[in-house]
Write a protein that binds this ligand. Structure first.
Ligand SMILES: C[S@@+](CC[C@H](N)C(=O)[O-])C[C@H]1O[C@@H](n2cnc3c(N)ncnc32)[C@H](O)[C@@H]1O
Length: 384
C-alpha cells in the first residue's frame, strides 16, 4: 500500500521498515520527524522534488522519499553523507551485509591488534581494534552500497555508552579529543575497554535494523561535497520545497567533533587535528549561506516553498535571515520559534531542556501560506 494512504503514526511505527530506518545514524542537530512529515506532506505532492543542501544524516530527504517525493541531498561531512546515503539506499540484501561483515573479520591481521596510542588502548579491546582497522582498510564505502551500509553500522555503534557498543564509554554524538577521553576514562575508573565480539555485536544490531526489511523510497541523490560546488553541477530538477538546516555558528565543530568516525573512514588525525569547521567568522558564514541558497534557488520552481530551520541565537539566526532576504528580496518572509517541548534539533547535541532553541524561517511560496497561518508563523518585519 502506498504510504500516502496511511496516517503519520502508521507510516513511522517501529514495526515498519521506514520507522526502523528513520533513526539510523547519530548526528548533530537532527530534524525531528514530526516536523518533517508535516512540512513535506503539507507543502509538496507525490513526485515533487525536495532539496536539502545541508542534509546532515539525511532525515529530511529520507522522510520525503518515503512519502514518494524525489530528493536531492548534499553534505560536506563524510560522516553525515555516510549515514544519509546508507539510509537513503541501504543494501537490499541483509545476507550480503552479514557476509561482508564476516569477510572483514577474516581480513584482520595480527598487527591490527596492536595499539599505537593511549587512546586506542583504552578505547578498544584488541579484537575490536583489529576489526576496526580492517574495516578502515578494506571497506569501499564511497563506491559500494553493501560496504557503505556496513560501514554506517560500524560508525553508528563505535560511539555509545559502556556496554551498548564496540568501545569504552563514548558520547554517541560528539567525539571529544583523545586526551580528554583518556582523562575522563581514568577519572571514572574505566581503564579497560569492553571485551566484545565485534561480529556478534554488529550482526545483532544489523538484524534488528533489517527486521522489517528496507523501506520503499522514491528516487534520490545524496551527494558528498560542498553544496556551493555540487549544486551548480546537478541542476536538472525543479524542486517544490527547499528544507534545510544550515550549520549553527560557533556551536559545533563539524570536523573535530567527528574525529573518531572520520578516522574510521580513513582520515588521519595525527595530521589533520588542526583542521576545524566551527563557522565562527561572521562574514564567511553569511557568504556561505547566501551562496548555497543562491545555487539552491536555481533548482527551485518559482513558486517553491523555502523552509530553513536555524539556531535561534542571533549570531546565527540574523545571518540566516539576512541571507534569505538577499536571495529572495521580493518574497514575504515568515518566522516561528520551534515548539518548546518537542525534541528540537539542538536537543540532539545532548543539551536537552525545554527552551526553544531554533527558529523556522519560511518563504511560503504557492502552497505554504495557509499552512504557515495554521502553524503559528508571523511576518518578519526587519529586512537586513
Ligand atoms: C545543522 S546540520 C544539518 C542536520 C540535518 N538537518 C539532520 O537532520 O541531520 C548542518 C550540516 O551542514 C553541513 N555543511 C556545512 N557546510 C557545508 C557546505 N558548504 N556544503 C554542504 N554541507 C555543509 C554540515 O556538515 C552539517 O552536516
Amino acid at each position: 500500500m502506498s504510504p500516502l494512504a496511511l496516517g503519520e503514526a502508521e507510516i513511522w511505527r517501529r514495526n515498519t521498515a521506514a520507522g526502523r530506518w528513520y533513526g539510523f545514524g547519530r548526528y548533530y542537530a537532527m530534524f525531528p520527524r514530526g516536523f518533517l512529515h508535516d512540512a513535506v506532506s503539507s507543502l509538496t505532492d507525490e513526485d515533487d522534488v525536495v532539496v536539502d543542501p545541508f542534509c546532515g544524516r539525511g532525515n529530511a530527504t529520507f522522510v520525503a522519499t518515503v512519502l514518494r517525493r524525489r530528493a536531492l541531498a548534499v553534505d560536506i561531512n563524510p560522516i553525515a553523507w555516510l549515514f544519509a546515503a546508507a539510509k537513503q539506499q541501504p543494501a537490499k540484501n541483509l545476507n550480503q551485509v552479514l557476509s561482508r561483515l564476516k569477510e572483514i573479520d577474516r581480513s584482520c591481521r595480527p598487527a591490527d591488534r596492536r595499539s599505537s596510542t593511549r587512546f586506542e588502548t583504552m578505547a578498544w579491546a584488541p579484537s575490536v581494534r583489529a576489526f576496526l582497522k580492517a574495516a578502515r582498510r578494506e571497506l569501499r564505502w564511497e563506491a559500494s552500497i553493501v560496504d557503505r551500509t556496513l560501514m554506517a553500522f560500524i560508525a553508528l555503534h563505535m560511539q555509545d555508552k559502556l556496554g551498548a557498543g564496540l568501545s569504552n564509554a563514548l558520547s554517541p554524538t560528539i567525539a571529544h579529543s583523545p586526551q580528554y577521553a583518556v582523562r575522563w576514562w581514568t577519572r571514572n575508573g574505566m581503564h579497560n575497554p569492553p571485551d566484545v565480539d565485534p561480529v556478534a555485536l554488529l550482526e545483532d544490531k544489523i538484524r534488528r535494523r533489517y527486521r522489517f526489511g528496507v523501506p520503499e523510497q522514491a528516487a534520490s541523490r545524496v551527494v558528498l561535497g560542498d553544496a556551493q560546488d555540487v549544486l551548480p553541477k546537478r541542476r536538472n530538477a525543479r524542486a517544490q520545497l527547499l528544507i534545510t538546516s544550515p550549520p549553527y555558528r560557533g556551536v559545533t565543530d563539524y570536523w573535530n567533533d567527528h574525529w573518531i568516525r572520520l578516522w574510521l573512514l580513513g582520515h588521519n588525525f595525527g595530521k589533520d587535528w588542526q583542521r576545524t569547521s566551527k563557522f565562527t567568522a561572521q562574514s564567511g558564514y553569511r557568504e556561505l549561506i547566501t551562496a548555497v541558497l543562491q545555487e539552491a534557488k536555481k533548482h527551485l520552481q518559482p513558486d517553491a516553498t523555502i523552509l530553513v530551520r536555524s539556531d535561534r541565537r542571533r549570531r546565527t539566526a540574523d545571518l540566516c535571515l539576512a541571507a534569505i532576504a538577499d536571495v529572495w528580496p521580493e518574497q514575504p518572509l515568515l518566522q516561528r520559534p520551534t515548539a518548546a517541548i518537542h525534541a528540537g534539533i539542538s536537543n540532539g547535541h545532548g543539551r536537552g531542556g525545554n527552551t526553544a532553541r531554533e527558529i523556522d524561517l519560511l518563504i511560503p511560496g504557492a502552497t505554504g501560506s495557509a499552512w504557515a497561518r495554521s502553524r503559528g508563523f508571523t511576518s518578519v518585519e526587519l529586512r537586513a
